[in-house]
Design a protein around this ligand. Structure first.
Ligand SMILES: NC(=O)c1ccc[n+]([C@@H]2O[C@H](COP(=O)([O-])OP(=O)(O)OC[C@H]3O[C@@H](n4cnc5c(N)ncnc54)[C@H](O)[C@@H]3O)[C@@H](O)[C@H]2O)c1
Length: 298
């Protein structure tokens, strides 16, 4: 009983705070000068574009990626004079992520924002032909990677004060189902649900940490070559590598640039939105899905 009384006080305090913020108009929750920001999957695509934009806003950066050479490429793309730390970490490895958080705390003393961006698509094919190693790989990076980020950095944010920002990269594929990438679709739906639960829990304990779901549509990145970072045990023959790369590259061919996508995310943070979409043209499909749920139809 005592626990639930404390909780409801926390909720009341947060809701009061939220009303006060609302009455001031929407305040940006985007990181700004001197913010300490962690970006996972920072070596390529969206992560790299975000790192550059955040550096231009004066942030200090912890760049996390499984691939050393990509980290070096992102570091080289940053404006001169930006303070940054490069950490070669597999986000699916909970111990490595905890050590990563300690390294960031040791270097910067705190964390203001965490962008859980690292992700892989995995194989393209029929759901019943997906292998268990592929499931473990894609869920390990896309879902457990996000949870590892939260488990490692949120306690630090809570210890250092109640504000903070967690941006979890889902996808349009987390809000509507896309065929032939069933593991990816499952992982991204899970990221959306996980993020919503996380936000509710932070409110329940009286924290002002904001959780944002980033759901890009097609963005022209190297994600079609993601099999390159697959762990040992995920066996793909040359034909599977080729067909998956071709199918993904084809589906992204009209995509927007990573910089445009990252700018749309920052604009959503400036408006304190919880859901950041890059392609509003997918909204009718999301409404249609809800309509089907209501009607119980097919
Ligand atoms: N490109 C798109 O069209 C698109 C659309 C929707 C969502 N997304 C999401 O955006 C995020 C970024 O993807 P991207 O398109 O920039 O892809 P990308 O392949 O260009 O970049 C992903 C980065 O993540 C890193 N990475 C992979 N596995 C990792 C691991 N286990 N630990 C740490 N780092 C790891 C890679 O080395 C790479 O640098 C992903 O979560 C992806 O699902 C992308």
């Amino acid at each position: 009983m005592r626990g639930s009384l404390r909780l409801s006080r926390g909720v009341r305090r947060t809701l009061k705070g939220a009303r006060e913020v609302e009455s001031l108009g929407s305040l940006s929750i985007a990181p700004s000068t001197d913010s300490v920001v962690v970006v996972t999957g920072a070596g390529s695509g969206l992560g790299q574009a975000l790192a550059v934009l955040l550096a231009e806003r004066g942030c200090r950066l912890a760049l996390v990626d499984i691939d050393d050479s990509s980290l070096a490429a992102t570091t080289a793309a940053l404006p001169p004079g930006v303070e940054s730390l490069q950490l070669r970490v597999d986000v699916a490895d909970s111990t490595a992520m905890r050590e990563c958080a300690l390294s960031v705390e040791e270097r910067f003393g705190r964390v203001d924002a965490l962008f859980n961006n690292a992700g892989v698509v995995g194989p393209v094919g029929l759901a019943w032909e997906m292998s268990v190693p592929d499931w473990n790989w894609v869920l390990g990076v896309n879902l457990l990677g996000v949870a590892n980020g939260v488990r490692s950095f949120v306690p630090m944010m809570l210890r250092h004060g109640s504000s903070g920002l967690i941006v979890n990269t889902a996808s349009v594929a987390g809000l509507i189902a896309t065929p032939f990438t069933s593991i990816y679709t499952a992982s991204k739906h899970a990221v959306v649900g996980y993020s919503e639960a996380l936000q509710q829990e932070l409110v329940a304990v009286g924290s002002a940490i904001r959780v944002v779901v980033f759901a890009p549509g097609e963005v022209l990145t190297d994600i079609s070559k993601g099999y390159r970072s697959r762990p040992p045990g995920v066996e793909w023959d040359a034909e599977q590598q080729e067909s998956t790369t071709r199918a993904l590259a084809q589906s992204l061919r009209n995509g927007i640039s990573p910089t445009t996508a990252a700018e749309r995310l920052i604009a959503a943070l400036d408006a304190d939105s919880m859901y950041a979409l890059t392609h509003r043209e997918f909204l009718p499909a999301m409404r249609q899905r809800l309509g089907l749920v209501e009607a119980g139809g097919r």
